[in-house]
Ligand binder design. Structure first.
Ligand SMILES: Cc1cc2nc3c(=O)[nH]c(=O)nc-3n(C[C@H](O)[C@H](O)[C@H](O)COP(=O)(O)OP(=O)(O)OC[C@H]3O[C@@H](n4cnc5c(N)ncnc54)[C@H](O)[C@@H]3O)c2cc1C
Length: 409
Protein backbone atom coordinates (compact mmCIF):
# COMPACT_ATOMS: atom_id res chain seq x y z
CA UNK A 1 0.00 0.00 0.00
CA UNK A 2 1.21 3.50 -0.73
CA UNK A 3 -0.63 6.53 0.54
CA UNK A 4 0.39 9.52 -1.52
CA UNK A 5 0.25 13.19 -0.54
CA UNK A 6 -2.41 13.57 -3.23
CA UNK A 7 -4.61 10.99 -1.55
CA UNK A 8 -4.13 12.69 1.80
CA UNK A 9 -5.31 16.01 0.34
CA UNK A 10 -8.33 14.33 -1.21
CA UNK A 11 -9.25 12.75 2.10
CA UNK A 12 -8.88 16.03 3.97
CA UNK A 13 -11.50 17.53 1.69
CA UNK A 14 -14.22 15.12 2.72
CA UNK A 15 -17.36 16.77 3.96
CA UNK A 16 -18.48 16.23 7.50
CA UNK A 17 -21.49 14.02 7.90
CA UNK A 18 -23.79 13.32 10.79
CA UNK A 19 -22.81 9.80 11.76
CA UNK A 20 -21.92 9.86 15.45
CA UNK A 21 -19.51 7.24 16.64
CA UNK A 22 -18.40 6.50 20.20
CA UNK A 23 -14.95 4.96 20.66
CA UNK A 24 -14.25 3.43 24.09
CA UNK A 25 -10.52 3.50 24.96
CA UNK A 26 -7.84 6.05 24.09
CA UNK A 27 -4.77 3.90 23.54
CA UNK A 28 -3.25 2.59 20.30
CA UNK A 29 -6.43 1.10 18.81
CA UNK A 30 -8.82 3.81 20.04
CA UNK A 31 -6.70 6.79 19.01
CA UNK A 32 -5.86 5.28 15.62
CA UNK A 33 -9.53 4.53 14.96
CA UNK A 34 -10.53 8.02 16.08
CA UNK A 35 -7.92 9.55 13.77
CA UNK A 36 -9.15 7.78 10.64
CA UNK A 37 -12.85 8.20 11.45
CA UNK A 38 -12.42 11.93 12.02
CA UNK A 39 -10.47 12.22 8.79
CA UNK A 40 -13.36 10.62 6.91
CA UNK A 41 -15.76 13.15 8.44
CA UNK A 42 -17.45 11.07 11.12
CA UNK A 43 -18.39 12.82 14.37
CA UNK A 44 -16.30 11.01 16.95
CA UNK A 45 -16.43 10.90 20.74
CA UNK A 46 -13.71 9.02 22.64
CA UNK A 47 -14.34 7.90 26.21
CA UNK A 48 -11.31 6.80 28.25
CA UNK A 49 -11.49 5.34 31.72
CA UNK A 50 -8.21 6.92 32.87
CA UNK A 51 -8.25 10.64 33.77
CA UNK A 52 -5.81 11.34 30.91
CA UNK A 53 -3.98 9.21 28.36
CA UNK A 54 -3.11 6.19 30.44
CA UNK A 55 0.65 6.17 31.06
CA UNK A 56 2.82 3.07 31.26
CA UNK A 57 4.22 0.29 29.19
CA UNK A 58 7.60 -0.58 27.85
CA UNK A 59 8.63 -0.48 24.24
CA UNK A 60 6.11 -1.37 21.53
CA UNK A 61 6.82 -2.14 17.88
CA UNK A 62 5.30 -0.50 14.82
CA UNK A 63 6.05 -2.87 11.99
CA UNK A 64 5.20 -4.08 8.51
CA UNK A 65 1.75 -2.85 7.42
CA UNK A 66 1.49 -0.51 10.44
CA UNK A 67 4.38 1.50 8.97
CA UNK A 68 2.20 2.12 5.91
CA UNK A 69 -0.70 3.12 8.14
CA UNK A 70 1.58 5.48 10.08
CA UNK A 71 2.78 7.00 6.82
CA UNK A 72 -0.82 7.56 5.76
CA UNK A 73 -1.44 9.31 9.07
CA UNK A 74 1.55 11.56 8.42
CA UNK A 75 3.26 10.43 11.65
CA UNK A 76 5.97 8.11 10.34
CA UNK A 77 8.80 10.66 10.65
CA UNK A 78 7.67 11.67 14.13
CA UNK A 79 7.55 8.04 15.24
CA UNK A 80 11.10 7.53 13.93
CA UNK A 81 12.19 10.68 15.71
CA UNK A 82 10.70 9.54 19.04
CA UNK A 83 11.77 5.90 18.69
CA UNK A 84 13.81 4.35 21.50
CA UNK A 85 16.99 4.49 19.34
CA UNK A 86 18.60 1.80 21.44
CA UNK A 87 22.09 0.87 20.27
CA UNK A 88 22.16 -2.64 21.65
CA UNK A 89 21.54 -5.09 24.45
CA UNK A 90 23.28 -7.25 27.04
CA UNK A 91 22.28 -10.40 28.78
CA UNK A 92 23.88 -10.63 32.22
CA UNK A 93 24.32 -13.37 34.81
CA UNK A 94 23.25 -13.15 38.45
CA UNK A 95 26.37 -11.11 39.30
CA UNK A 96 25.65 -8.65 36.51
CA UNK A 97 28.48 -10.01 34.32
CA UNK A 98 27.71 -9.76 30.63
CA UNK A 99 27.25 -13.16 29.01
CA UNK A 100 25.88 -11.95 25.68
CA UNK A 101 26.09 -8.62 23.92
CA UNK A 102 24.70 -7.40 20.64
CA UNK A 103 24.91 -4.07 18.87
CA UNK A 104 22.82 -5.42 16.02
CA UNK A 105 19.56 -6.06 17.81
CA UNK A 106 17.59 -5.77 21.02
CA UNK A 107 15.45 -8.32 22.74
CA UNK A 108 12.30 -6.20 22.45
CA UNK A 109 12.75 -4.49 19.10
CA UNK A 110 14.52 -7.08 16.97
CA UNK A 111 17.22 -6.31 14.41
CA UNK A 112 18.31 -2.72 13.75
CA UNK A 113 18.57 -3.34 10.02
CA UNK A 114 14.80 -3.81 9.77
CA UNK A 115 12.54 -0.81 9.02
CA UNK A 116 10.54 -1.42 12.21
CA UNK A 117 10.09 1.27 14.82
CA UNK A 118 10.47 0.54 18.51
CA UNK A 119 8.85 3.25 20.61
CA UNK A 120 7.73 3.61 24.22
CA UNK A 121 4.00 3.07 24.55
CA UNK A 122 3.59 6.50 26.16
CA UNK A 123 5.35 8.18 23.25
CA UNK A 124 3.32 6.31 20.63
CA UNK A 125 0.05 7.28 22.33
CA UNK A 126 1.16 10.93 22.54
CA UNK A 127 1.99 10.98 18.82
CA UNK A 128 -1.39 9.44 17.96
CA UNK A 129 -3.15 11.90 20.28
CA UNK A 130 -1.37 14.83 18.60
CA UNK A 131 -2.33 13.46 15.18
CA UNK A 132 -6.01 13.32 16.15
CA UNK A 133 -5.83 16.92 17.41
CA UNK A 134 -9.09 18.63 18.24
CA UNK A 135 -11.10 16.82 15.60
CA UNK A 136 -12.78 14.54 18.16
CA UNK A 137 -14.49 15.01 21.50
CA UNK A 138 -12.77 13.38 24.49
CA UNK A 139 -14.39 12.26 27.73
CA UNK A 140 -11.63 11.27 30.14
CA UNK A 141 -12.16 9.59 33.51
CA UNK A 142 -15.40 7.92 32.49
CA UNK A 143 -16.66 4.66 31.03
CA UNK A 144 -19.67 3.09 29.38
CA UNK A 145 -21.96 1.31 31.86
CA UNK A 146 -24.91 0.31 29.64
CA UNK A 147 -25.51 -0.24 25.94
CA UNK A 148 -28.94 -0.76 24.35
CA UNK A 149 -29.31 -0.81 20.60
CA UNK A 150 -32.16 -0.80 18.13
CA UNK A 151 -32.26 -0.74 14.33
CA UNK A 152 -31.43 2.95 14.15
CA UNK A 153 -28.86 3.56 16.87
CA UNK A 154 -27.26 2.79 20.21
CA UNK A 155 -28.25 4.27 23.57
CA UNK A 156 -25.25 4.56 25.85
CA UNK A 157 -25.11 5.24 29.57
CA UNK A 158 -21.90 6.44 31.19
CA UNK A 159 -20.70 6.22 34.76
CA UNK A 160 -20.56 10.02 35.04
CA UNK A 161 -21.63 11.74 31.81
CA UNK A 162 -25.28 12.03 30.75
CA UNK A 163 -26.72 9.28 28.53
CA UNK A 164 -26.20 9.78 24.78
CA UNK A 165 -27.31 8.16 21.55
CA UNK A 166 -24.80 7.16 18.85
CA UNK A 167 -25.01 5.53 15.45
CA UNK A 168 -22.18 3.16 16.28
CA UNK A 169 -20.11 2.13 19.31
CA UNK A 170 -16.54 0.88 18.95
CA UNK A 171 -14.87 -1.01 21.79
CA UNK A 172 -11.14 -0.22 21.69
CA UNK A 173 -10.74 -0.72 25.40
CA UNK A 174 -8.15 -3.46 25.52
CA UNK A 175 -7.83 -6.97 26.85
CA UNK A 176 -10.46 -6.48 29.57
CA UNK A 177 -12.79 -4.46 27.34
CA UNK A 178 -15.81 -3.02 29.10
CA UNK A 179 -17.78 -2.76 25.85
CA UNK A 180 -17.10 -6.42 25.07
CA UNK A 181 -18.31 -7.43 28.52
CA UNK A 182 -21.53 -5.41 28.21
CA UNK A 183 -22.43 -6.65 24.73
CA UNK A 184 -20.77 -10.06 24.31
CA UNK A 185 -20.69 -11.29 27.91
CA UNK A 186 -18.03 -12.33 30.45
CA UNK A 187 -14.45 -12.19 29.21
CA UNK A 188 -13.55 -15.72 30.33
CA UNK A 189 -15.14 -17.16 27.20
CA UNK A 190 -12.80 -15.13 24.95
CA UNK A 191 -9.49 -14.98 26.83
CA UNK A 192 -7.00 -17.67 25.96
CA UNK A 193 -4.17 -17.81 28.47
CA UNK A 194 -0.78 -18.30 26.85
CA UNK A 195 1.26 -18.96 29.96
CA UNK A 196 3.07 -15.75 30.83
CA UNK A 197 2.58 -12.78 33.17
CA UNK A 198 4.28 -9.42 32.77
CA UNK A 199 4.69 -6.38 34.99
CA UNK A 200 5.94 -3.14 33.46
CA UNK A 201 6.86 0.12 35.19
CA UNK A 202 9.20 3.12 35.05
CA UNK A 203 11.92 3.65 37.66
CA UNK A 204 15.13 5.65 38.18
CA UNK A 205 17.88 4.61 35.76
CA UNK A 206 20.08 3.25 38.57
CA UNK A 207 21.88 0.89 36.17
CA UNK A 208 23.13 3.92 34.22
CA UNK A 209 21.88 2.56 30.88
CA UNK A 210 22.36 4.79 27.85
CA UNK A 211 20.33 3.79 24.77
CA UNK A 212 20.80 0.26 26.01
CA UNK A 213 18.83 -2.72 27.20
CA UNK A 214 19.84 -5.37 29.73
CA UNK A 215 18.16 -8.70 30.43
CA UNK A 216 18.55 -11.39 33.05
CA UNK A 217 16.87 -14.76 33.36
CA UNK A 218 16.60 -16.76 36.57
CA UNK A 219 14.78 -20.02 35.88
CA UNK A 220 11.31 -19.05 34.74
CA UNK A 221 11.75 -15.45 35.87
CA UNK A 222 12.84 -12.78 33.41
CA UNK A 223 13.75 -9.15 33.93
CA UNK A 224 14.59 -6.52 31.35
CA UNK A 225 15.49 -2.85 31.76
CA UNK A 226 15.96 -0.25 29.03
CA UNK A 227 16.73 3.44 29.08
CA UNK A 228 16.78 5.91 26.21
CA UNK A 229 19.58 7.91 27.84
CA UNK A 230 21.33 8.20 31.17
CA UNK A 231 19.07 10.93 32.48
CA UNK A 232 15.84 9.26 31.33
CA UNK A 233 13.69 7.03 33.46
CA UNK A 234 14.37 3.37 32.91
CA UNK A 235 11.52 1.13 31.75
CA UNK A 236 11.41 -2.19 33.49
CA UNK A 237 9.83 -5.41 32.46
CA UNK A 238 9.43 -8.39 34.81
CA UNK A 239 7.89 -11.63 33.63
CA UNK A 240 7.32 -15.20 34.68
CA UNK A 241 5.60 -18.19 33.16
CA UNK A 242 3.12 -20.53 34.77
CA UNK A 243 1.10 -23.45 33.45
CA UNK A 244 -2.30 -22.34 34.74
CA UNK A 245 -3.75 -18.82 34.99
CA UNK A 246 -3.46 -17.27 38.45
CA UNK A 247 -6.47 -16.28 40.48
CA UNK A 248 -6.22 -12.54 41.15
CA UNK A 249 -8.24 -9.37 40.67
CA UNK A 250 -6.85 -7.61 37.59
CA UNK A 251 -7.94 -4.23 38.97
CA UNK A 252 -6.30 -4.73 42.41
CA UNK A 253 -2.86 -3.19 41.91
CA UNK A 254 -1.68 -3.86 45.49
CA UNK A 255 -2.50 -7.57 45.09
CA UNK A 256 -0.62 -7.67 41.79
CA UNK A 257 2.47 -6.13 43.38
CA UNK A 258 2.30 -8.66 46.24
CA UNK A 259 2.11 -11.42 43.66
CA UNK A 260 5.27 -10.14 41.95
CA UNK A 261 7.12 -9.92 45.27
CA UNK A 262 6.18 -13.52 46.10
CA UNK A 263 7.28 -14.79 42.69
CA UNK A 264 10.60 -12.96 42.70
CA UNK A 265 11.30 -13.45 46.44
CA UNK A 266 14.34 -15.68 45.97
CA UNK A 267 15.60 -14.22 42.70
CA UNK A 268 19.11 -12.76 42.47
CA UNK A 269 20.64 -10.11 40.19
CA UNK A 270 19.02 -6.68 40.67
CA UNK A 271 15.54 -8.12 41.19
CA UNK A 272 15.25 -7.00 44.87
CA UNK A 273 16.02 -3.40 43.83
CA UNK A 274 13.60 -3.58 40.89
CA UNK A 275 10.85 -4.81 43.21
CA UNK A 276 11.53 -1.93 45.57
CA UNK A 277 11.14 0.62 42.77
CA UNK A 278 8.03 -1.24 41.59
CA UNK A 279 6.30 -0.48 44.90
CA UNK A 280 6.24 3.27 44.18
CA UNK A 281 5.71 3.13 40.43
CA UNK A 282 2.54 5.08 39.54
CA UNK A 283 2.44 3.61 36.03
CA UNK A 284 2.64 -0.03 37.14
CA UNK A 285 0.98 -2.34 34.62
CA UNK A 286 0.43 -6.04 35.17
CA UNK A 287 -1.40 -8.57 33.07
CA UNK A 288 -1.45 -12.07 31.70
CA UNK A 289 -0.38 -12.58 28.13
CA UNK A 290 -3.82 -13.57 26.89
CA UNK A 291 -5.07 -13.88 23.39
CA UNK A 292 -8.63 -12.82 22.65
CA UNK A 293 -10.33 -15.28 20.33
CA UNK A 294 -13.83 -14.45 19.10
CA UNK A 295 -15.90 -15.87 16.25
CA UNK A 296 -17.18 -12.41 15.39
CA UNK A 297 -16.12 -8.92 16.47
CA UNK A 298 -19.48 -7.23 16.20
CA UNK A 299 -23.05 -7.38 17.39
CA UNK A 300 -25.29 -5.05 15.44
CA UNK A 301 -23.98 -1.51 15.82
CA UNK A 302 -21.27 -2.41 18.33
CA UNK A 303 -17.88 -3.50 17.02
CA UNK A 304 -14.50 -4.23 18.62
CA UNK A 305 -10.99 -3.31 17.47
CA UNK A 306 -7.45 -3.97 18.78
CA UNK A 307 -6.78 -6.07 21.87
CA UNK A 308 -10.48 -5.99 22.81
CA UNK A 309 -11.28 -8.03 19.69
CA UNK A 310 -8.11 -9.97 18.86
CA UNK A 311 -5.26 -9.55 21.32
CA UNK A 312 -2.36 -11.44 19.83
CA UNK A 313 -0.10 -11.65 22.96
CA UNK A 314 3.40 -10.14 23.05
CA UNK A 315 5.49 -13.10 21.81
CA UNK A 316 5.63 -11.81 18.25
CA UNK A 317 5.49 -8.12 19.16
CA UNK A 318 2.54 -7.70 16.79
CA UNK A 319 -0.18 -6.34 19.13
CA UNK A 320 0.41 -2.70 18.30
CA UNK A 321 0.78 -3.32 14.58
CA UNK A 322 -2.42 -5.35 14.51
CA UNK A 323 -4.28 -2.63 16.45
CA UNK A 324 -3.17 0.12 14.03
CA UNK A 325 -4.01 -2.00 10.99
CA UNK A 326 -7.38 -2.97 12.49
CA UNK A 327 -8.20 0.68 13.15
CA UNK A 328 -7.29 1.67 9.60
CA UNK A 329 -9.38 -1.10 8.04
CA UNK A 330 -12.39 -0.54 10.32
CA UNK A 331 -12.53 3.20 9.66
CA UNK A 332 -11.84 2.71 5.94
CA UNK A 333 -14.58 0.13 5.49
CA UNK A 334 -17.07 2.26 7.44
CA UNK A 335 -16.22 5.24 5.26
CA UNK A 336 -16.54 3.19 2.07
CA UNK A 337 -19.94 1.85 3.10
CA UNK A 338 -21.66 5.17 2.31
CA UNK A 339 -23.83 5.21 5.40
CA UNK A 340 -24.51 1.48 5.54
CA UNK A 341 -22.61 0.96 8.78
CA UNK A 342 -23.55 -2.70 9.17
CA UNK A 343 -22.11 -3.43 5.72
CA UNK A 344 -18.93 -1.58 6.69
CA UNK A 345 -18.61 -3.62 9.88
CA UNK A 346 -19.07 -6.83 7.94
CA UNK A 347 -16.40 -5.89 5.37
CA UNK A 348 -13.99 -4.95 8.17
CA UNK A 349 -14.22 -8.45 9.58
CA UNK A 350 -13.82 -10.09 6.19
CA UNK A 351 -10.79 -7.97 5.31
CA UNK A 352 -9.02 -8.70 8.59
CA UNK A 353 -9.97 -12.23 9.62
CA UNK A 354 -7.18 -14.20 7.89
CA UNK A 355 -4.51 -11.70 8.88
CA UNK A 356 -5.57 -11.91 12.53
CA UNK A 357 -5.81 -15.70 12.52
CA UNK A 358 -2.30 -16.00 11.04
CA UNK A 359 -0.91 -13.61 13.64
CA UNK A 360 -2.58 -15.37 16.53
CA UNK A 361 -1.62 -18.87 15.41
CA UNK A 362 1.95 -17.77 14.87
CA UNK A 363 2.07 -16.08 18.28
CA UNK A 364 1.03 -19.34 19.95
CA UNK A 365 3.89 -21.18 18.25
CA UNK A 366 6.31 -18.44 19.33
CA UNK A 367 4.94 -18.44 22.87
CA UNK A 368 5.62 -22.12 23.36
CA UNK A 369 9.10 -21.66 21.84
CA UNK A 370 9.89 -18.75 24.15
CA UNK A 371 8.89 -20.80 27.18
CA UNK A 372 11.90 -22.99 26.37
CA UNK A 373 14.08 -19.89 26.51
CA UNK A 374 17.52 -20.33 28.08
CA UNK A 375 19.38 -17.20 27.14
CA UNK A 376 20.89 -16.72 30.59
CA UNK A 377 22.81 -19.95 30.61
CA UNK A 378 25.18 -19.69 27.64
CA UNK A 379 28.89 -18.80 27.62
CA UNK A 380 30.01 -15.37 26.44
CA UNK A 381 30.21 -15.44 22.67
CA UNK A 382 29.33 -12.39 20.68
CA UNK A 383 28.64 -14.44 17.60
CA UNK A 384 26.31 -16.78 19.37
CA UNK A 385 22.58 -16.26 18.97
CA UNK A 386 21.18 -17.46 22.31
CA UNK A 387 18.00 -19.45 22.08
CA UNK A 388 14.93 -17.35 22.54
CA UNK A 389 15.96 -13.94 21.15
CA UNK A 390 13.21 -13.24 18.68
CA UNK A 391 13.78 -12.20 15.11
CA UNK A 392 10.73 -9.97 14.80
CA UNK A 393 11.41 -9.18 11.15
CA UNK A 394 10.63 -12.80 10.30
CA UNK A 395 7.32 -12.62 12.14
CA UNK A 396 5.54 -9.86 10.24
CA UNK A 397 2.41 -11.26 8.65
CA UNK A 398 1.44 -9.66 5.34
CA UNK A 399 -1.89 -8.05 4.58
CA UNK A 400 -2.99 -6.41 1.38
CA UNK A 401 -4.27 -3.06 2.61
CA UNK A 402 -6.66 -1.07 0.47
CA UNK A 403 -5.85 2.56 -0.14
CA UNK A 404 -9.00 3.85 1.58
CA UNK A 405 -8.11 7.55 1.46
CA UNK A 406 -8.18 7.31 -2.32
CA UNK A 407 -11.21 5.04 -2.48
CA UNK A 408 -13.48 6.98 -0.16
CA UNK A 409 -15.67 9.52 -1.98
C1 LIG B 1 -0.80 0.80 30.67
C2 LIG B 1 -0.52 -0.20 29.58
C3 LIG B 1 0.78 -0.69 29.43
C4 LIG B 1 1.06 -1.63 28.43
N1 LIG B 1 2.34 -2.08 28.31
C5 LIG B 1 2.65 -2.96 27.34
C6 LIG B 1 3.99 -3.43 27.18
O1 LIG B 1 4.90 -3.04 27.89
N2 LIG B 1 4.24 -4.34 26.20
C7 LIG B 1 3.25 -4.79 25.37
O2 LIG B 1 3.52 -5.62 24.50
N3 LIG B 1 1.97 -4.35 25.51
C8 LIG B 1 1.65 -3.46 26.47
N4 LIG B 1 0.34 -3.02 26.60
C9 LIG B 1 -0.67 -3.52 25.65
C10 LIG B 1 -0.56 -2.80 24.30
O3 LIG B 1 -0.76 -1.41 24.46
C11 LIG B 1 -1.60 -3.39 23.38
O4 LIG B 1 -1.40 -4.80 23.27
C12 LIG B 1 -1.60 -2.89 21.93
O5 LIG B 1 -0.92 -1.68 21.76
C13 LIG B 1 -3.04 -2.74 21.43
O6 LIG B 1 -3.62 -1.63 22.07
P1 LIG B 1 -5.16 -1.43 22.40
O7 LIG B 1 -5.40 0.02 22.20
O8 LIG B 1 -6.00 -2.40 21.69
O9 LIG B 1 -5.27 -1.81 23.96
P2 LIG B 1 -4.63 -1.11 25.23
O10 LIG B 1 -3.31 -0.50 24.90
O11 LIG B 1 -4.67 -2.08 26.34
O12 LIG B 1 -5.61 0.12 25.54
C14 LIG B 1 -6.89 0.01 26.09
C15 LIG B 1 -7.32 1.40 26.55
O13 LIG B 1 -8.68 1.35 26.99
C16 LIG B 1 -8.79 1.94 28.26
N5 LIG B 1 -9.91 1.29 28.94
C17 LIG B 1 -9.92 0.09 29.56
N6 LIG B 1 -11.16 -0.19 30.01
C18 LIG B 1 -11.94 0.85 29.65
C19 LIG B 1 -13.33 1.14 29.81
N7 LIG B 1 -14.17 0.30 30.43
N8 LIG B 1 -13.80 2.31 29.30
C20 LIG B 1 -12.97 3.19 28.66
N9 LIG B 1 -11.65 2.96 28.50
C21 LIG B 1 -11.15 1.80 28.98
C22 LIG B 1 -7.45 1.72 28.90
O14 LIG B 1 -7.20 2.65 29.94
C23 LIG B 1 -6.51 1.94 27.71
O15 LIG B 1 -6.24 3.30 27.50
C24 LIG B 1 0.01 -2.09 27.57
C25 LIG B 1 -1.28 -1.60 27.74
C26 LIG B 1 -1.57 -0.66 28.72
C27 LIG B 1 -2.98 -0.13 28.88
Amino acid sequence: MYLSCKSIRIAMNHHEHDTRILVSGASVAGLSTAYWLARYGFKVTVVERAPQLRPGGQALDVRGPALDVAEGMGILATLRDRATKLTGMSIVDAEGKEIYRSTERTMTGGRFDSPDIEILRDDLCKVLFEAVGDRVEYIFGDRVTAIAQDDAGVDVKFEKASPRRFDLVIGADGLHSGVRKLVFGPEEQFLRFVGFYIAVFAMPNFLGLDHWQVFHQDGNLIGGVLAMDKSAKARTYLGFDVKEPLDYDYRDVAAQKRLMVERFADAGWEFPQLLEYMQDAPDFYFDATNQVRMDGWSQGRVVLVGDAAYSVSPATGQGTTVAMVGAYVLAGELAMANGNLLAGISSYQQELRDYITHNQDFALVMDSASQEMSFGQSETDNDTHPDGIPDFGAMVQPINLKNYPELVQ
